[in-house]
Design a protein around this ligand. Structure first.
Ligand SMILES: [Zn+2]
Length: 328
C-alpha cells in the first residue's frame, strides 16, 4: 500500500429517496464529509437518471481537481444489478427496469464506473475496512426502509447465480393473512420489521387507543418509526410490545441464517438498528435463543456496522479492487 496514500474514489449510494456522496481513499478514510441529496424524481414517480447524472457533476469536478489519483466512481444502488454489464435490472424504489445506468454515467463523464447492489457493497466495506475484516463467514444485515443483506462466505462475497443473493427479508412469514410486500409477495418478514412496518404497527396501536404516549408523540401527524422507539424508551406498553416483536422476528431470521450457513459473525446496520442504544445487544441476546448448536451460541459475534454508511466504503473498495489497486 506504500505510495498509494493519495489514491481515492468517489463513492455514491443511491437509495430509495436519498443519495449519499463521499470521497474515500485507499486506506478506507473519508476525505471530507458525506453529502446527502434527494433523489430527483419525474412527476410520474420514476427516478430521473438524467437528474442524477447532473447531480453528480460538482462531486466529480471536486474529485478531478483534488491532488492525487482519482480512480473513478463506485456506486451502490438499492436494486438488482448485473455486475458484468452495469445494467440496473430492477430498482423497485426508483421504478427502473433494465436501465444501463453505469454506461450512461461513463458516457457522461468519461470515467470508470463500478456499480453494484448496495447491500453487496456494504458487506464488502465491512470485510475490507470494517469490523468483519479477516472474518471468513459473515452476513451483513440491514433493517431500515427494507430488511435484507448480503453474505461473505469462505472469505469472499457470495454472489449466487445473478448476484441477487441476500433477499432473506422476502421470505414469507405469513403469506395467508400478511401484508402485501413491495416485492409482490405477501407477508414477507420485511413487512413486519422494517421502519415503515414499525410505524404502521405503531399507528394501528394509536388507532385502537392502545397507546396514549404514541398518540401524544404523533400529535396531528402519523406515527413514525422513531416515535415508536421514543415511546418504548418512555415505557409505553404498546411500543414495548411492538419493538419486542420486531426483535423476536429478526432474531429468528438472523439465527436461521447462522443455522443454515454456520456463520462467524452478523454485522447489523440500517436506521432501525439505531432506534435505541441497546437494540443490537438485545437482538444479539435474543438471536442466541434460536441458534441450534452450542458452538454457535458460544462463538457467534454480533456487531454494529463500522461506518456511518458502509455502502459508500464498499463502493470505494469496489473501485480499487476492480482496478487491481488492491485485493481483499
Ligand atoms: Zn417481499
Amino acid at each position: 500500500m506504500e505510495g498509494k496514500d493519495n489514491h481515492f474514489a468517489l463513492a455514491i449510494d443511491i437509495g430509495g429517496s436519498k443519495v449519499a456522496y463521499a470521497l474515500i481513499d485507499i486506506q478506507g478514510r473519508l476525505l471530507g464529509s458525506i453529502d446527502k441529496r434527494a433523489v430527483p424524481f419525474y412527476e410520474n414517480g420514476v427516478a430521473s437518471s438524467e437528474g442524477l447524472i447532473a447531480q453528480m457533476h460538482p462531486y466529480i469536478e471536486q474529485a478531478r481537481l483534488r491532488p492525487g489519483t482519482f480512480h473513478g466512481i463506485g456506486m451502490g444502488l438499492c436494486a438488482n444489478v448485473d455486475l458484468r454489464t452495469g445494467m440496473v435490472v430492477l430498482a423497485p424504489n426508483l421504478h427502473w427496469r433494465q436501465l444501463p445506468f453505469a454506461t450512461l454515467v461513463t458516457e457522461a463523464y468519461q470515467l470508470p464506473v463500478f456499480i453494484s447492489m448496495d447491500v453487496r457493497l456494504a458487506a464488502l466495506g465491512e470485510a475490507v475496512w470494517g469490523g468483519a475484516k479477516g472474518v471468513k463467514n459473515f452476513a451483513w444485515v440491514t433493517i431500515g426502509t427494507g430488511y435484507g443483506g448480503y453474505f461473505f462466505l469462505d472469505g469472499k462475497l457470495y454472489d449466487g447465480r445473478h448476484a441477487f443473493a441476500g433477499n432473506f427479508g422476502h421470505i414469507p412469514f405469513d403469506e395467508v393473512t400478511g401484508y402485501p410486500c413491495g416485492c409482490g409477495l405477501k407477508g414477507c418478514i420485511e413487512t413486519y420489521v422494517s421502519g415503515p412496518a414499525i410505524a404502521r404497527t405503531g399507528q394501528a396501536a394509536v388507532d385502537a387507543s392502545r397507546s396514549p404516549t404514541l398518540k401524544r408523540l404523533a400529535g396531528k401527524g402519523r406515527v413514525t418509526c422513531e416515535s415508536v422507539f421514543q415511546a418504548e424508551a418512555a415505557g409505553d406498553p404498546a411500543a414495548i410490545e411492538i419493538i419486542e416483536q420486531v426483535i423476536r422476528l429478526v432474531a429468528i431470521s438472523v439465527a436461521g441464517l447462522v443455522n443454515t450457513l454456520d456463520l462467524d459473525m452478523i454485522v447489523l446496520g440500517g436506521g432501525v438498528t439505531h432506534g435505541s442504544p441497546d437494540f443490537v445487544s438485545r437482538l444479539d441476546r435474543r438471536s442466541r435463543c434460536f441458534l441450534m448448536t452450542e458452538e454457535a451460541k458460544r462463538e457467534l459475534v454480533v456487531i454494529k456496522e463500522s461506518f456511518p454508511n458502509s455502502t459508500l466504503f464498499g463502493a470505494a473498495a469496489n473501485v480499487f479492487m476492480s482496478q487491481g489497486v488492491f485485493k481483499c
